[in-house]
Design a protein around this ligand. Structure first.
Ligand code: GCU
Length: 734
């Protein structure tokens, strides 16, 4: 029978120019420099080596090694023999070591994450960690065994088709093996067990098993899983055995009414997740995955977009077990590459082959914001068509989807290539007003009422050190993030046609090219900080809207010092009424839903308590005379960038729109230099989007002043004054 041997220990890691160090996998060499800003983390080729004794192999047994994640490309060399090359940093691959094995072995794995023009991702707003950052195992199998090599397959594929009216499921089970005469299949059920024998034809079996009165996989309410065990039989003897969990569910998506699960409306409301953590980078273990899932469950989300690549099998398993519906995707992102098609297709094939049996997954993401840094070319369209066809060939049960950049025209020929679509919108953060989000969707839905549309990303950066009683776009305050999400939550609740919505992002994550909002190397759009523990106030807004466990949360606990006489105290709660007490005395009781705002007079230091039944939360606020400057991200006030007195309206200034300033070649040159500067602190994608014609069209109506305001401290006051002075030298054409 097969043996699975953990193989994470006793590796030597060697980065050129540094002494070799002993490491235990999972490991990444960018855990620190990939999270500290500067866009300078080390990208190159490093090696992992290990000495090991040949495992005992009896009667033709074979020995494979399994890598669950080596980023971004890997070469496997055993005792000097180059055995395999794998391109793609997020999927499992296996290598047959048998022929090259000796009694004592030296295994060398050379791993590379340097930039290239063929392996995705190459441009994106997250750190491309290098290393063998997921588990490694040896798999010893008999001569006849279930398939191990092809696209990292599990060797078994389970396709349940639910008949809701009859309450039955028709479960097609396929297996692949390199020998044996038959496969015995077994599925324990609540009524006993289903057992079938299947003849092997060309190494393949196909068996249909009907589960009567099936126990459905019903999302967070009841994520029931079945397990099918497959035994490979040769001459009546079982020689190999594998098993797969699966769930029986039916889903469909209606352009008007949204997502349906097992016949009932089931709006998908959730968040996105990257696979990293402060100090660990991408080298996570089951412990970290379980902790992240606990945060998802506390939030009350029923869906996760696992961005922008294939995540660890352990995490998809957790989604199956917790009933969380998943959007899975490949890292075909931000910049299309002429030489990238083969790799995109290969990564998609591995994603579907390796993740097909997960009931939690309901769609395959072809790409994310692939038009962010360029235009829609026929080549780009063709690559998407082929990806789409590949998905349908490998999986006829799930739709394909794309996440589009907000500047992509709604009538783009790219959109209808996938079965369904979603948009990433950042109005009210990167540019424009909050109300443009609902305008966008209502226009799209009115223009294409038969198309399924979703909200694949939205979010605002917040640093929990920054606070304001007049929160505004671009101030990175915890309060503005709340204002932003309260607006979006409302528009989502009013638009059931949005098939799925995913907050960008559940956790702050590493984007080494970023340097903004008072932090380097981090995207701070998380509802939870990069430690995956510190929850921002906006986290509790969604918890109040989505979770069932009664609670009350006082917003603003980190905003103690306040200068105003009366201050707003907001409570997020899923209770129907909340009482606010100040210094032990009841101030007011409010009934309502999700958001409970109160106004509290401040005279000194006050103890604030929110109460609803058994639920309580408390904090302290203090009236101060001078603003606590540590709360301010932008140290200088915006308004005095230049003195109104010496402002000549007949000349250009930062008050003019982007459109007007780009008309005049002299002001356009100044603008171009400024845009470079403003996007520099936002990493590669923002830099790439600079030349995006649609983005320029969208920004044309916005004043340079509003964009500078949005760009945080990447443009210091002094520079704004000299910029305006330069523009004021240029007379407007009369
Ligand atoms: C994009 C992109 C994300 C990125 C996000 C952001 O939409 O898809 O990967 O992190 O914007 O700018 O925060």
């Amino acid at each position: 029978m097969r043996q699975i041997i953990p193989f994470n220990d006793n590796w030597n890691f060697h980065k050129p120019g540094e002494p070799a160090v002993a490491v235990t996998l999972p490991h990444t060499w960018n855990a620190i420099d990939g999270q500290d800003g500067g866009n300078d983390y080390w990208r190159g080729t490093a090696t992992y080596s290990k000495l090991f004794a040949k495992p005992e192999l009896k009667d033709g047994e074979r020995c494979f090694i399994e890598f669950c994640g080596a980023a971004m490309t890997a070469d496997v060399i055993l005792n000097g023999d180059h055995l395999a090359h794998h391109e793609g940093g997020y999927s499992t691959f296996r290598v047959d070591l048998t022929e090259a094995l000796e009694e004592d072995n030296l295994l060398v794995v050379s791993v590379d994450n340097s930039a290239n023009d063929r392996v995705y991702p190459q441009m994106a707003d997250f750190t491309f960690y290098g290393g063998i950052y997921r588990d490694v195992k040896l798999i010893v199998v008999p001569a006849e065994h279930f398939e191990l090599l092809k696209d990292g397959t599990p060797g078994i594929k389970v396709t349940p088709e639910v008949r809701l009216r009859e309450r039955d499921a028709y479960v097609a089970v396929e297996t692949w093996s390199n020998g044996g005469s038959e496969v015995w299949l077994e599925i324990p059920t609540e009524h006993g067990k289903e057992f079938r024998k299947a003849e092997i034809g060309n190494g393949h079996t196909y068996t249909n098993i009907i589960l009567k009165n099936v126990h459905l996989w019903d999302g967070v309410n009841d994520p029931h899983l079945y397990t099918v065990t497959a035994k490979l039989v040769k001459n009546g003897e079982v020689v190999d055995e594998i098993s797969a969990r699966f769930g029986c569910r039916e889903f469909h998506i209606d352009p008007e009414k949204g997502f349906f699960l097992n016949g009932r409306s089931y709006p998908l409301r959730g968040v996105s997740r990257h696979q990293d953590r402060i100090g660990l980078g991408s080298a996570l273990t089951l412990k970290e995955h379980e902790e992240d899932m606990a945060v998802v469950r506390e939030l009350g989300a029923n869906t996760l977009r696992l961005a922008h690549y294939q995540h660890a099998q352990e995490f998809y398993d957790l989604c199956d077990e917790n009933g969380i519906i998943v959007w899975a995707e490949i890292p075909y992102i931000s910049k299309h590459m002429t030489n990238g098609k083969a790799n995109a297709l290969a990564q998609m094939k591995e994603l579907i082959t390796q993740c097909y049996n997960h009931p939690s997954i309901v769609c395959w993401g072809l790409s994310n914001e692939i038009t962010a840094s360029g235009t829609v070319t026929e080549e780009l369209l063709q690559d998407h068509r082929e990806l789409n066809e590949l998905c349908h060939e490998l999986d006829s049960t799930r739709p394909t989807v794309m996440a589009h950049a907000f500047m992509l025209e709604k009538d783009s020929p790219l959109i209808p290539i996938a079965d369904i679509a979603s948009y990433n919108l950042y109005f009210g953060w990167y540019l424009g007003e909050l109300t443009q989000n609902e305008q966008f969707f209502d226009e799209y839905h009115a223009t294409y009422p038969d198309r399924v549309i979703g909200f694949s990303e939205y979010g605002a950066d917040a640093n929990t050190a920054f606070h304001s009683s007049q929160p505004e776009k671009g101030d990175y305050t915890e309060e503005y993030q709340c204002v932003y999400h309260e607006h979006i939550l409302k528009l989502i609740e009013e638009r059931p046609y949005l098939w799925a919505t995913h907050v960008w992002n559940l956790f702050d994550f590493a984007a080494d090219g970023r340097d903004e909002g008072g932090k380097k190397g981090e995207n701070q759009k998380g509802l939870v900080e990069f430690d995956h523990k510190t929850k921002k106030d906006a986290f509790y807004l969604y918890k109040a809207a989505w979770s069932k466990e009664p609670f009350v949360h006082l917003c603003g606990k980190r905003y103690v010092d306040r200068v105003e006489e009366k201050t707003e105290i907001k409570v997020y709660s899923n209770c129907e009424s909340v009482t606010l007490c100040v210094d032990g005395r009841k101030l007011e009781t409010k009934s309502g839903r999700t958001v409970f705002p109160f106004t509290v007079p401040l005279t000194g230091e006050h103890k604030i308590e929110a109460v609803s039944g058994e639920c309580r939360d408390s904090m302290t606020v203090r009236r101060v005379n001078t603003p606590n400057s540590s709360y301010l991200f932008r140290k200088q006030a915006v308004i005095n960038w230049f003195d109104a007195a010496d402002y000549d309206p007949s000349c250009y200034s930062i008050k003019d729109t982007m459109g007007a300033l780009s008309q005049n070649p002299r002001t356009a040159a100044i603008l171009g230099r400024m845009m470079k500067r403003m996007t520099a602190s936002r990493g590669d994608v923002a830099k790439g989007a600079n030349n995006n014609a649609n983005l320029q069209k969208m920004m044309a109506g916005l004043s340079l002043e509003s964009l500078i305001k949005q760009a945080g401290d990447s443009v210091p006051g002094e520079m704004i004054r000299s910029l305006n002075a330069a523009l004021q030298q240029i007379k407007k054409e009369s």
